[in-house]
Write a protein of this length. Sequence first.
Length: 190
Amino acid sequence: MVVLNRIYTRTGDEGTTSLGNNERRKKYDLRIAAYGTLDEVNAVIGLARLHTADERELDAALVRIQNDLFDVEADLCLSEKGPGRARLTVTDVQVDWLEREIDRLNADLAPLRSFILPGGSAAAAWLHLARTVCRRAERVIVELRDKPGETVTPEALKYVNRLSDFLFVASRHMNDNGAADVLWVPGQNR
């Protein structure tokens, strides 16, 4: 369990922060940017959830995803807060669950006939925003993984990749299973 008795510590006043293994890094470090961007995804999902309460299964899935995102962040933070103080990492079980949720939601969607413009319902718009922030997080994570001396667990990257797919499908689900999607019309305004 995480215990936070004091919110401010003053340890970051010089522009550094601690990883889960107590190593200090600049606040603009790629590793910090990676899990910070996932924190943004989590916040946008929280906003989307203001509009998904009537969709019990989807809302429950979003709650689980919000929790799993903290696991991904802990994985990227090199956190040693898992069972027995082991390093906390994302697992294939979490990735597999996301894939099953994508398949469940996708089964009832209207076939795609064009690219989709973010919009439609409020929930769909917020889920599209979460998807785009998630894609940005994925790009940062790949850049971190490719940097000499850095590591990223394959499961963390897979989870984030699947999450953006889930958010896309969930946005379509919230647009009347795709019937209310706003479609791109190529060259419409030429």
